[in-house]
Design a protein around this ligand. Structure first.
Ligand SMILES: C[S@@+](CC[C@H](N)C(=O)[O-])C[C@H]1O[C@@H](n2cnc3c(N)ncnc32)[C@H](O)[C@@H]1O
Ligand SMILES: *[C@@H]1O[C@H](CO)[C@@H](O)[C@H](O)[C@H]1NC(C)=O
Ligand SMILES: *[C@@H]1O[C@H](CO)[C@@H](O)[C@H](O)[C@H]1NC(C)=O
Ligand SMILES: *[C@@H]1O[C@H](CO)[C@@H](O)[C@H](O)[C@H]1NC(C)=O
Ligand SMILES: *[C@@H]1O[C@H](CO)[C@@H](O)[C@H](O)[C@H]1NC(C)=O
Ligand SMILES: *[C@@H]1O[C@H](CO)[C@@H](O)[C@H](O)[C@H]1NC(C)=O
Length: 855
């Protein structure tokens, strides 16, 4: 809308607003006329669409909001607004107030998760709906849980008598005896006036004055759920109400808010506790317009309302969206909890204990409980390691605690899988909100055979699409550190882990076997959300089309690698061998498969022409397959070496020009050496899910990776199956930097070392870091595009013993993917000398003393 303004409207902002306003009124009129027809049976709760609209229109835009002159302040004003439209309220708001059902679904999912894990099953559960209006939300909640059974009592607090009246009628009609309508100002609502046995309230009645002076007094809240749907923006004294909520909320209770807002991203950029900011920014014109527009109805959209909420509570989940029905009004959903994370309710030494505990989990350092964490012990610890190893999450938490800010949202999540990272950094934003790999290109069967993980193993591996992480998890190692620089790859892993945890096999299969699930959005909201970090949740909420779009091919045609798949499909269509591909996938024997390949497909697909046109273009290779320049140079060098015997097989032995000149040839040969042996040795439709998914866009019941097997699902959906998982969004170096030396037993770095510039120091830096992080006897596993990568020699000088466990020579396959020329296991046989103090990072310097912090 805003983009049209300059061309069709006058320049003067006031006139602009006036014009846009007039257009919007018209628009709203049309929308309501369209959405509310055909009309339902007429009665108090269901008046005709046209009458609803007229009354809504009158009350919102024509009738002055001056009150009736009785001088009763806010209530008076509210009543003058709502009295005329109480009867039509629900009919007119159904579409206008979007996100209410989603918010209810999200809080219900959290409560159900808590009910299953934390509380005794028969516990009382109290819900307070602040500014509940006609009680529509409370009725709508029954879509997710049975309101009369799930809650021992529900309080609807609203200041407008006419809306309260509608609510009373509603609950009388429904016969829900546990719902109480309280017509009162939210500022003065206190639960202990209505409930007798609120913990902490026993023995003393908390008068407002006691509360007022005892700022850090005991928290006596008893509400397990507090919701505010589109009411925070209508409460003038929102500071007071939000403050009162924090004492209303039970220590482990949660809050759900949905409301309109307008905010600029600039104001938020220095806050990393908000749980992500996808779609949060509202442009200047919309900010101005919506604030002015809603001001007419006494609805406050200023940024402070949401900001204060986020400041006073911890953020569990938040998401921003637009109501497209009405000119893209921005609205948000937010789930919060007490600033003190629920996981440290019983920790006397909060905040340091929770932070230390998490820190230990991330860095593999022993967690010293407060009992033996005496002064002297801390000093010994500090002396023994030159600088204490701290995670970045720890550093971030300390900063925020010292500023009395909430912890980053990762600390309030139900699982500690995902580790905090700063999503604003260029190294993360460079991926432009897209993952490259929708599936992992490493044969997990070979990994399994080579690594034989046991329950003592501490594994560090690159996330990629997470498939291999999941297959390692099947061996239940003590710990898996999944590392990826691209946050979106980690979002994908989180989605998979959440799906194991919350979904039955049938849904899991639809999502990751077929790559499509028409109900993905509702599953995300009502099942997966309690098991995800706020950022991953936002990401998938913004990208639900991946799974539900009718047009697209689903998950496996998303991400950077889709380009490669599309090219194959395009070629197949253009050159007319789609039928042959289908036949290839249906082949029953290797002979049959070989026949189809050599006679029908190979001549067309592996022609030099196509190779020169498409594949040797570096840009294409990078985008489609993730092949960077340095890796390309390695296979070019290998090619040169195979041409003449005295030629070096390291890129260092050749000039750039020499390497470039052979590119087309080298890539062509590489492709042939990849594909031919695969066709020879594995039946794609039966046993090679890697090529199957490329060619067909989904897996089949017959052929899929191990992690998709029903038995794997059974194993990994058990509670605690992922307790050892830590998902880091960072470079490998940064992560191993912060691991306690000598703790890692296996590091799987895939082909990432190919990316280093040949001969550059980066490689030896990483190798020494790996050496320090690994236990003696620990292993590094890697794959490379070169038969003998140049950095293997570096490994050998830095305390490793190298063994090539797979080589693509003379038509042999190294695995079912066969994309790499070699696979190595490097075993640590020697400790490198410890770092000198100046080399080591001293994270303690300048950090804040936790003992002095208080929340
Ligand atoms: C836009 S309505 C939303 C109603 C309902 N939650 C819904 O989603 O349909 C805002 C509500 O906030 C209530 N409200 C405004 N100020 C209030 C206050 N100080 N105390 C209690 N309720 C208040 C109004 O009476 C109104 O019912
Ligand atoms: C004390 O610390 C050690 C680790 O150094 C830990 O194993 C032990 O359980 C701790 N003792 C108590 C009582 O927490
Ligand atoms: C709060 O923590 C974040 C990291 O989570 C940090 O970037 C931010 O600067 C901190 N805020 C303040 C005021 O220190
Ligand atoms: C938090 O965000 C700010 C602004 O983008 C950034 O400068 C800062 O480094 C971040 N801090 C952390 C620890 O995430
Ligand atoms: C959100 O979705 C839109 C539209 O699909 C897309 O353009 C945008 O990049 C997405 N943002 C993120 C952060 O994923
Ligand atoms: C070789 O190719 C790379 C990437 O296409 C290019 O940056 C480089 O300048 C080329 N070198 C020569 C000598 O042609």
């Amino acid at each position: 809308m805003a983009s049209l303004i300059p061309s069709i409207l006058p320049r003067d902002p006031h006139t602009q607003i006036y014009f846009v306003g007039a257009t919007l009124v018209l628009l709203i009129g049309v929308v309501f006329a369209l959405t509310l027809l055909p009309s339902q049976k007429e009665d108090e709760e269901n008046p005709s669409a046209f009458r609803s609209f007229l009354r809504f229109f009158y009350a919102s835009f024509l009738k002055p909001h001056t009150g009736d002159g009785t001088g009763n302040g806010q209530q008076d004003a509210l009543e003058s607004f709502y009295k005329a439209q109480a009867g039509v309220y629900d009919a007119t708001r159904k579409r206008l107030l979007r996100g209410r059902e989603d918010m209810l679904g999200l809080v219900a999912a959290q409560l159900v998760h808590k009910a299953a894990t934390e509380r005794p099953h028969d516990a009382k559960r109290i819900w307070v709906d602040i500014g509940g209006g006609t009680g529509w939300n409370i009725e709508a909640m029954s879509e997710f849980v049975s309101v009369p059974e799930f809650f021992s009592s529900v309080y609807l607090v609203d200041f407008s008598p006419s809306l309260c009246e509608v609510a009373r009628k509603r609950f009388a009609r429904l016969g829900w005896k546990n719902v109480k309508v309280v017509c009162q100002d939210a500022r003065t609502f206190r639960l202990e006036d209505h409930e007798d046995d609120i913990p902490g309230a026993v023995g003393f009645t908390r008068s407002p004055t006691v509360n007022y002076f005892a700022e850090n007094g005991p928290s006596v809240g008893g509400a397990d759920l507090i919701t505010l749907s589109y009411s925070l923006s209508m409460i003038p004294d929102f500071y007071s109400v939000i403050d009162s909520l924090s004492s209303l909320l039970a220590p482990s209770g949660i809050m759900g808010v949905v409301d309109f807002y307008v905010q600029s991203i600039v104001d938020l950029s220095c806050r990393n506790y908000t749980g992500g900011a996808i779609n949060r920014h509202v442009n200047w014109f919309s900010r101005l317009f919506w604030r002015a527009w809603f001001d007419v109805d006494r609805v406050g959209l200023e940024a402070g309302r949401r900001d204060y909420l986020e400041y006073r509570f911890g953020t569990i989940l938040s998401a921003d969206s637009r109501n497209n029905l009405l000119g893209s009004i921005p609205y948000y959903m937010w789930l919060g909890c007490s600033k003190k994370p629920a996981s440290c309710l019983n920790t006397p030494n909060y905040p340091h204990e929770i932070v230390e505990r998490l820190d230990a989990a991330v860095t593999e350092s022993p967690y010293l409980s407060p009992v033996n964490h005496t002064q002297s012990l801390s000093r010994t610890v500090e002396r023994s390691t030159p600088a204490e190893i701290r995670s970045k999450a720890f550093d971030a938490a300390v900063i925020n605690l010292s500023a009395n800010l909430p912890l980053p949202s990762f600390f309030y999540q139900n699982h500690h899988w995902r580790i905090h990272y700063d999503d604003q950094l260029k190294k993360h934003t460079q991926f432009k909100h897209e993952y490259i790999y929708a599936f992992t290109w490493e044969d997990s069967r070979v990994d399994h055979r080579l690594l034989k993980l046991g329950s003592d193993d501490v594994v560090l591996a690159i996330t990629s699409a997470g498939d291999n992480i999941l297959s390692y998890a099947l061996s239940s190692p003590a710990r898996i550190h999944a590392v990826d620089l691209n946050p979106n790859q980690n979002h994908l892993l989180e989605l998979k882990v959440a799906a194991y945890t919350a979904l039955p096999y049938a849904d899991f299969w639809k999502l990751f076997g077929q790559g499509k699930h028409p109900e993905f959005r509702s599953l995300l909201i009502s099942r997966l959300s309690p098991h995800m970090s706020s950022r991953a949740f936002q990401y998938w909420l913004n990208n639900t089309h991946v799974f539900i779009s009718g047009r697209g091919k689903g998950l496996y045609e998303t991400g950077g690698s889709r380009h490669a798949i599309r090219v194959v499909r395009l070629l197949a269509t253009a050159l007319g061998f789609r039928r042959q591909i289908k036949a290839l996938l249906e082949a029953k024997t290797l002979n049959e498969q070989r026949e189809i390949w050599t006679k029908k497909i190979r001549p067309m697909i592996i022609s030099r022409l196509l190779n020169y046109l498409l594949v040797s273009q570096e840009k294409f290779l990078w985008a489609a397959l993730g092949v960077p320049h340095n890796q390309l140079a390695m296979l070019e060098a290998d090619h040169l070496a195979s041409e003449s015997t005295d030629s070096s097989s390291s890129p260092l032995g050749h000039s750039d020009k020499e390497l470039n000149s052979t590119r087309g040839q080298a890539v062509w040969e590489y492709m042939v050496q990849t594909l031919d042996p695969v066709i020879e040795s594995s039946l794609i439709g039966e046993d090679n899910p890697y090529y199957l998914v490329c060619l067909q866009g989904s897996y089949s019941q017959r052929c899929h990776p191990d992690y998709l097997k029903p038995k794997s699902h059974q194993k990994l959906s058990r509670g605690g199956a992922f307790d050892g998982l830590r998902i880091h969004t960072d470079e490998i170096n940064e992560v191993i930097n912060r691991l306690t030396p000598g703790t890692l037993t296996v590091a799987v770095v895939m082909d990432s070392m190919d990316w280093f510039t040949p001969g550059a120091e980066e490689a030896s830096t990483q190798i020494s870091k790996l050496n320090r992080a690994l236990k003696l006897g620990g292993r590094v596993m890697l794959r490379s595009a070169a038969l003998t990568p140049w950095y293997i020699a570096t490994f050998e000088t830095l305390g490793f013993q190298a063994k090539r466990v797979g080589a693509r020579i003379a038509g042999a396959c190294i695995d079912r993917v066969n994309m790499y020329a070699s696979c190595y296991i490097l075993t640590k046989v020697e400790n490198l000398p410890p770092l000198t103090p100046t080399q080591s990072r001293s994270s303690r310097d300048g950090s804040v003393d936790l003992e002095k912090l208080e929340i």
